[in-house]
Design a protein around this ligand. Structure first.
Ligand SMILES: [Fe+2]
Length: 145
């Protein structure tokens, strides 16, 4: 599945995650993925989501030490809590995808990044920062990246 644009976690990767979570129930855990394990309500981009996300979500539901699922790929910021787990995506340090777009579209916001702070009690705080748009102008005429 390494040549496909969508996300997929192999059984081996899921087993490795399960093993890590079994071995360290005392550690608050962040699961980091490239692809999003949830839809962002952009039809073109949601085709790329983690296709077997239910397997991942089912696995982590049994491990309350998992506090965060962090991803990229969507080139936009999202942040929500579902079933006690926080799901966060970061903007891209290059182009930004237009949120809530049916077809491919670029957002006019500048490149961004996210800082995350973790506290010993399992708390998470985060902020997004962006370069001014003038510092990076993508080609808005392009039909995809
Ligand atoms: Fe990607």
């Amino acid at each position: 599945m390494y040549n496909a644009p969508f996300g997929w976690i192999t059984p081996e990767e899921l087993n490795y995650l399960r093993q890590c979570l079994d071995n360290h129930p005392e550690l608050y855990t962040v699961v980091c993925l490239h692809h999003n394990a949830y839809r962002v309500n952009s039809a073109w981009l949601d085709q790329h989501e983690l296709r077997n996300k239910e397997e991942l979500l089912s696995l982590i539901s049994g491990y309350p030490q998992v506090k965060l699922v962090l991803c990229g790929h969507v080139h936009q910021e999202t942040d929500f809590v579902k079933d006690g787990v926080r799901f966060i995506s970061s903007p891209s340090t290059s182009i930004q995808f237009e949120p809530l777009s049916f077809n491919f579209g670029l957002d006019s916001r500048g490149p961004g990044w996210r800082y995350l702070t973790f506290t010993p009690d399992g708390g998470i705080s985060t902020d997004v920062y962006r370069l001014p748009f003038e510092m990076f102008r993508p080609d808005f005429a392009i039909g995809g990246y």
